[in-house]
Write a protein that binds this ligand. Sequence first.
Ligand SMILES: *Cc1c(COP(=O)(O)O)cnc(C)c1O
Length: 486
Amino acid sequence: MVDMSATIIHHGHIRLLKKAFEYGDIIVGLTTDQEIINVKGYKPELDYDSRKEILESIKYVLQVVPTSWKINNSILEKYKIDYLVHGDDNFNKIKRDKLLIFPRTEGVSSSELRIKSSDIVNKVKRNILLNPGPATTTDTVKLAQIVPDICPREKEFGLILNEISEDLTSFVADKDNYSTILFGASGTAAIESILSSVLPKKNKIIIVNNGSYGDRMCKIASRYNLSYVEFKSSKISAIDVLKLEETIKTIKNISHIALVHNETTTGLLNDIEEIGTLAKKYKLELILDAMSSYGAIPINMEDLNISYLAASSNKNLQGLPGVSFVIAKNDSLKNLKNVQQLSYYLSLKEQYDYFKANLQTRFTPPVQTLYALKQAIIEAKTESIEKRYDRYKKSWRTLIEGINKLGLKYIVDKKTHSKIITAINLPDHIKFQELHDYFYLRGITIYPGKIDEFNTFRIANIGAINYNDINEFLFHLNSFLILKFK
Ligand SMILES: *Cc1c(COP(=O)(O)O)cnc(C)c1O
């Protein structure tokens, strides 16, 4: 028996049948229409009788019989089956000696074909976003937004939120000792939530500022009247950790330290291992803005002594914008009961407590964005964080080789570079807007620079893109430069 639903028949089915045919006569166990509706949630394009008719005319097939989604031993007995043949995604509970497993044909499945041929997706043009998020998304993530309307206070949705939270935690920590707290907002909300929720009144926090996002944390701290010390550091080279340590020693009642992991301003990657060691030595709670590193650069919160980490749905996770989240150590969250919450909406403690008690966010979450995030997480797990970073790094090397050839320079040395976002010097006679518009017409979005000292533009190599897209960018950049230098 070969079991399939064959909703859209393709060469993967044929190859499997052909292989199975080498072992004997084939009875196809064909999933009924009702089972497909129940399990997969859609009505098959071709009904059972049509699918049966097609299969029966394939020369390898002897007979087609209706079956449930999963095949069990009693079905095998009923049709006197010797072996169940399945692709290597088998989840049927069948005795091992009755199973024949073959590798699936790569790059094809009915679900993928369904999405590829979907009217909705085909009407959406693929843009290449080289801005540092929201990043280019896959069609499957785009499509995942389209779901039946649902009230987010339903248990069904609560379970999805819970699964999302646990998965987000699992990328960087063990989910028994760390938790994810979700907010319906852009990434800055997660940072603001931490800063306004974790610092006891009498305590001080040191904030490392070596770019716009470190600067933003200082501005937030200032807005909430926190007792903070700003530690200014070069925007283009590594933090002087000895100097940082000396500063920490002089601050009375210091209990927290905050910094950005990958400074999106330049792509400067701060050494969080060194800072984590420092945090441990001085018993400081470490707050990390990992917005543009999470999901690509592997992070282990426990090893690095990170108490609070902030990230969002639309950067390396390759989801849609609208969800930001804090991942925190449960022990740190427990201690918040004595800390005054300075924001009502963004209270980390209240959002955490409320979700734990009710499996709901306190306020309306972006429902459809969360469904898309769920799909984005599946895709991140399938690819793995390490492989995703490898893909990004390959794009980055392509970018650097390309701009070198064109005689352009980039800021921040390779050693301290995140290989995720790059600030590239813009020749003086070129206006960013002109360059932007040239690319935008061609379906590519580039991003302005953010450092006053240099005339730059930025290229992020994140999202559902690869080095071929970077080559396309380089091709157009070359044409543009030729045009300008004529
Ligand atoms: C993107 C980003 C943020 C958050 O920006 P939002 O526009 O609020 O999503 C914060 N910090 C860093 C380092 C970032 O790259």
